[in-house]
Every structure is written in C-alpha cells, then in structure tokens.
Design a protein around this ligand. Structure first.
Ligand code: SF4
Length: 278
C-alpha cells in the first residue's frame, strides 16, 4: 500500500491551526524526507475569531518544522479579496468575519455557511490560483478516519489521515511526545477547548456552554453581530437576526451563563458538524 502522506501532484494543505492539521502537516513533511517539495504548499486562513494560542501554534509549527505557511485573510477591497498577513499582523477581533457579513449583508447560518466559504475555501482557492499560479491542484484536508465527513468523496480533495486510519487518540498521543504543542486544553470528549472560531454557531449546546463558562466575554463579538443584523439585507425581521433561529440568541446565552444558569434548552435542532477542520 502506498504511503497516504506521499503526494505527487500540486497540492495545497489547508492548515487550520489545530492539533489534527499539525499532525497531518508533519506526517506529510516526513513522508517527503523532511522538506516539502515545491509542488506542496501550506496555507492558514484566519477568520479573526481564532484563539491567540492557535495563532501562536501556526507560527510555532512553521518555525519548528521549517515550513512556510501562508497566512490568508478575507479583505473586501483587496485584489481577489485576499490579503497575506503574518503572526504579527493577523486580525484578532473578527475583522475578516465582520467584513464578510457586511459584504454579504447577512449573518451566516447552518444552511448558508458564508463564513467557511468566504473566510476559508475561497481564500485558499485565491491563493492557489493567483499567488501560486496553479490551474489545477488537490486540496489536502485534515479529516481523520473517525470523522464521518472524511467518508464523503469530494473531487480534488485528499484526506491522508483517513487513508492512514489516524483517529483522534492517535493525534493526541503523538502530540504528547512532541517538543511543543498547542497551548489549549483538551476537554473530556477529546475536543480542543478553543479550537476553530471561539463560539462557532455550529457547535452543540454542551460545547457552547462550556466555552461561554470559560470566558463569557468572548460572546461580545457575536452579540454585536446579532444586534446589528436587523440592518442587513435579509435580516430585517428581528426574529431572523440571529446566527441560529432554532436556538437562543448569543445575548441570551451569555446572560444565562453570567447569571450562573444553564443556557436555555428548548428548540435546539440536531447538532451539525462545524464545516471547518481542527
Ligand atoms: S469555525 Fe464555524 S463560525 Fe468559524 S468559519 Fe467555520 S463554520 Fe464559520
């Protein structure tokens, strides 16, 4: 069987800044003898709602492993709506995310995942096409063998972790023996406490509540977005001015947690996977 981490075609590794994507990147580097060949590039698309420790981790992977990681952000006025930033200049208060909401004039929601599309997928595409000059490439994604999403065949997508049979426990165990790590705790379900956008609307109730309890002030940005949403294109009806119409507003959830109450139960539809990898 061929090495699942060996890649022989132009490929862009989507580096999300989590332990899984770090594991994936290092295994690909090692499979190529310790240095990525020119036909494999790495990019991190920053939403501005990542935890500071995630940004540090992206920088650390780059320096420890001697690999160039392009930091990409959405910017409405920039050519191809994409700018290249770095650890020092990366947005830290949701600016790219806010810019997408203003441009699209609506909040993302579970059906219209404007954030994943504009903050991540399109930025990686723009980088490959306009910075690297590629016409055709494979997108390498850190989906593990224990993630259902890895089973879906997507043209042009490569999922080495799935083919290697790597699961969450493998990733966590491997990081235990590395000289550096992501400085974010892992919860009882093996999930990184602040992985992906801090209070992603796709998280389930338990995960959102746990994060809100750790730092309720992180809801401020999400509360502001919902407060301002009635001015947006299809959000003039205040009942729709939320990231999720099937659950309480961020203001309600934040207030409940700050009052030492559980966040209200009723009306939570089935939980969906966050569309972004960790
Ligand atoms: S983590 Fe959630 S909020 Fe952030 S870009 Fe992905 S889907 Fe959107």
């Amino acid at each position: 069987m061929s090495d699942p981490y060996l890649i022989n075609e132009p490929a862009l590794i989507s580096f999300s800044g989590g332990r899984t994507s770090g594991y994936l990147l290092k295994h690909i580097i090692d499979a190529h003898g310790g240095t990525l060949p020119d036909h494999i590039k790495v990019a991190f698309a920053n939403t501005g709602k990542e935890h500071e420790a995630t940004l540090d981790f992206v920088r650390d992977c780059s320096t420890h492993w001697g690999v160039e990681i392009a930091w990409l952000e959405y910017a409405t006025q920039a050519p191809h709506r994409t700018i290249i930033v770095d650890h020092a200049t990366a947005s830290r208060d949701g600016e790219p995310f806010d810019a997408v909401i203003r441009q699209e004039r609506m909040l993302p929601n579970p059906i219209a995942r404007l954030c994943t599309k504009n903050l991540k997928i399109k930025r990686l595409e723009a980088y490959a096409r306009h910075w690297l000059g590629w016409k055709k490439w494979a997108s390498v994604v850190g989906l593990r063998a224990d993630e259902k999403r890895a089973d879906r065949e997507v043209p042009g997508r490569i999922v080495p972790l799935k083919h290697a049979g790597a699961v969450k426990a493998d990733v966590l165990q491997w990081w235990n023996s590395q000289p550096f790590d992501l400085n974010l705790a892992v919860d009882e379900d093996g999930e990184t406490e602040w992985g992906n956008c801090d209070l992603c609307f796709l998280f389930g109730r338990k995960k959102l509540e746990a994060r809100l309890k750790l730092d309720p002030s992180r809801a401020d940005w999400w509360v502001n977005q919902e407060d301002n949403a009635p001015g947006l294109r299809i959000m003039r009806d205040p009942s729709k001015a939320m990231f999720r119409s099937d659950r309480p507003s961020y203001r309600t959830m934040q207030a409940a947690v700050m009052a030492g109450q559980p966040i209200p139960k009723g009306g939570w539809n089935a939980e969906r996977d966050c569309a972004c990898t960790d």
